[in-house]
Ligand binder design. Structure first.
Ligand SMILES: Cc1ncc(C[n+]2csc(CCOP(=O)(O)OP(=O)(O)O)c2C)c(N)n1
Ligand SMILES: [Mg+2]
Length: 630
């Protein structure tokens, strides 16, 4: 049975004047610490931190914790998918939607090794999850018991996981749990969030000790650091002098929940906003100031504005290669020709790729509020950016003229643009789109208009296949009242097809749109583009004639108890999606999409030493494009 710690339980470190615990008088004066099993302490601490779910898979190593979770099943729910990778993607997506963490639970050895990829993914995208892993009993350390990793050090799972978490803790006694749990929970959510690991030997779940439940950790954003007054003044000086400013936002703005402040600041000075994938929706992308994503697969107006800007205000964004045209000057950005104000919570990101003219270590929302307050003290500057806005309008019109006609084309297999357009037409502004990896993602990067923060989930930094197909389940548990749709490639979905079982078992009504092009098409396109089409291992075939092959995804879904439709004509997609969303049941749509239509490159991307390509639309900035300073 789960025990409840008294709210004011006696401290393990009593004050000097308190009676000693073995003092005969003490029994009547100091409340004894509750005697608890390690597993019960962990369960209680999860509940104390308002963690409603554990996503995990059993193994002999973690049955002690499962038993405790059984006792607390009215307060914390175990969801058990069919692969640990799915459990961790679900936890990651849950956090991205709600900004509150959940835990994963895996057993010793192989079960925990299965979460390495999704932890790397979460770390790359600054997403929090509390990964509880089990290990072998301490008394068997170094004897090579079943599933111990010990070639270099006993019970060495923390060494496997170390590079992909913010911190791994391995409490080896019950009395070490309170500190480890509190530190892990605090580390996960403080500063730049990320996954943490608590690795627990089998016996520590079962053994008892006199332990106290530690205090709950501060929530995300409980502490917010700001810029110094001088930095704020300098930033405003630079921004007000700019003739062609842009704001570049990333996940830091989303995590900081700074959408309102960002919108107010952009509107106040009429500064256009470029977004990295995980910043999308912080400014409603229907807003005329929203230029979309930048880089090879970005929108043309974003790349034009980025390369022509005289001042870039980057907030919570890290200029990774895919949103910086591999840092080749003049494609997406143009430093040091442009001035850079770079604001981030993590000092490692300031100056990682571009040395800033003004680097500021601050929380995004605090900084934006500081900017707004400083602007309140200054006289407004009406009309100063008119020529810049005229340029931007021109680029937006050119892009619209180039791309729009394709959005209206009907075809079989379906043109990619139509899938994006119909998703946009059917889904409400607060729907959650969980994107997977590959060509489909490139199209959504370029054309999806996220209307609200935390509605477009992307595996960006690590790009792990399966994130969208699996993550959508966690997203739906985080936002049960909103439609949650995964757009996932045929390759990505086939990596985690058992998500169907989990949706059916737990009745999680999500929709999977399978972008079926019978290939690992994004990689095949690299073979076509760089290696003259010498295609090997990048498409799915059956038989000597190499007939394109895929399982019948709809039949696969139905066999799992999930409704499904196959959509081969573009005329049918919109209605099918409407039907799937309305059904409020798990639903799979197998959508046959044309692999030969590729998103137009508007920047570039380089894999050295292979040469990079000029954009299909737009061109690199050259010094003759320089606008003379006034
Ligand atoms: C786990 C994992 N394995 C391999 C890759 C490399 N990779 C990136 S995209 C891709 C193909 C994706 O295929 P599919 O889901 O069908 O999408 P498509 O590109 O065809 O749209 C591969 C293999 C990866 N990112 N993640
Ligand atoms: Mg594919």
């Amino acid at each position: 049975m789960l025990q409840t710690a008294p709210p004011q339980a006696a401290s393990r470190h009593a004050a000097d004047d308190a009676p000693l615990r073995d003092d005969p008088r003490a029994a009547s004066q100091v409340k004894p610490m509750p005697r608890m099993k390690g597993a019960d302490l962990i369960t209680e601490y999860l509940i104390e931190n308002d963690i409603p779910y554990v996503f995990g898979i059993c193994g002999h190593g973690n049955v002690g914790l499962l038993d405790s979770l059984y006792g607390a099943r009215d307060k914390i729910k175990l969801v058990s998918p069919r692969h640990e990778q799915v459990a961790a993607h679900m936890a990651d997506a849950y956090f991205r939607v709600r900004h509150q963490p959940v835990a994963t639970l895996t057993s010793c050895g192989p079960g925990s090794c299965n979460i390495v990829m999704p932890l790397a993914l979460a770390l790359s995208d600054s997403s929090a999850l509390f990964a509880i892993t089990a290990n072998v009993p301490t008394s068997q350390f170094n004897r090579s018991p079943f599933q111990e990793i010990n070639r270099h050090y006993q019970a060495d799972f923390p060494n496997i996981i170390r590079p992909v978490v913010k911190r791994s803790f391995q409490p080896t006694r019950v009395d070490m749990l309170p500190l480890a749990l509190r530190q892990a929970m605090t580390t996960m959510l403080s500063g730049r969030p990320g996954p943490v690991n608590v690795d627990i030997p089998f016996n520590v779940f079962q053994e008892e000790d006199d332990v106290e439940l530690p205090a709950a950790a501060p929530a995300l954003n409980a502490q917010r650091s700001g810029a110094s007054p001088d930095e704020v003044a300098s930033a405003v000086e630079i921004i007000l002098k700019a003739a062609r400013p842009v704001i570049f936002i990333g996940h830091g703005v989303t995590l900081s929940e700074a959408s309102r402040e960002l919108t107010a600041f952009a509107h106040r000075l009429q500064i256009p906003v470029i977004s990295s994938p995980n910043g999308m929706g912080c400014l409603d992308m229907e807003d005329p100031l929203s230029l979309g994503f930048i880089g090879r697969n970005g929108a043309y107006p974003a790349n034009e504005a980025g390369r022509h800007a005289d001042v870039v205000i980057a907030i919570g964004a890290r200029f990774d290669d895919r949103s910086a045209s591999s840092w080749i000057p003049g494609y997406s950005w143009n430093f040091p020709h442009s001035k850079l104000i770079h604001v981030d919570l993590d000092p490692a990101e300031l100056g990682r790729n571009y040395p800033p003219d003004l680097g500021i270590l601050a929380d995004a929302r605090t900084f934006l509020r500081q900017l707004l307050a400083e602007l309140d003290r200054r006289a407004p500057r009406a009309g100063a950016l008119a020529p810049w806005h005229a340029d931007i309008k021109k680029w937006q019109a050119e892009w619209e003229k180039f791309t729009r006609p394709n959005f209206d084309l009907h075809a079989s297999p379906i043109r990619p643009e139509r899938v994006v357009a119909d998703c946009q037409a059917v889904l409400p502004a607060d729907a959650i789109l969980a994107c997977d990896v590959g060509v489909s993602h490139n199209w959504y990067m370029q054309f999806w208009k996220a209307r609200r923060p935390q509605t477009m989930l992307n595996s960006w930094g690590f790009s792990g296949m399966g994130f969208g197909a699996a993550g959508v389940l966690g997203a739906k548990l985080a936002a049960p009242e909103r439609p949650c749709v995964a757009v996932t490639g045929d390759g990505c979905f086939t990596m985690v097809p058992h998500v169907l079982c989990t949706a059916a078992e737990y009745d999680i009504p999500v929709v999977w749109v399978i972008w079926n092009n019978f290939a690992w098409a994004s990689i095949r396109d690299i073979q076509i583009g760089m290696f003259g089409g010498r295609e090997l291992g990048t498409a799915f075939y059956q038989g000597a004639n190499k007939t394109p092959y895929n399982p019948d995804f709809a039949a696969w879904a139905r066999a799992s108890g999930v409704d499904a439709l196959t959509v081969a004509k573009s005329e049918d997609f919109k209605g099918a999606l409407e039907h799937a969303v309305k059904s409020n049941k798990p639903f799979l749509l197998d959508v046959h999409v044309d692999a030969e239509v590729r998103p137009p490159a508007t920047g570039t991307w380089q894999l050295p030493p292979t040469p990079y390509k000029e954009p299909a639309f737009g061109k690199r900035w050259t010094p003759s494009d320089a606008v003379p300073a006034k």
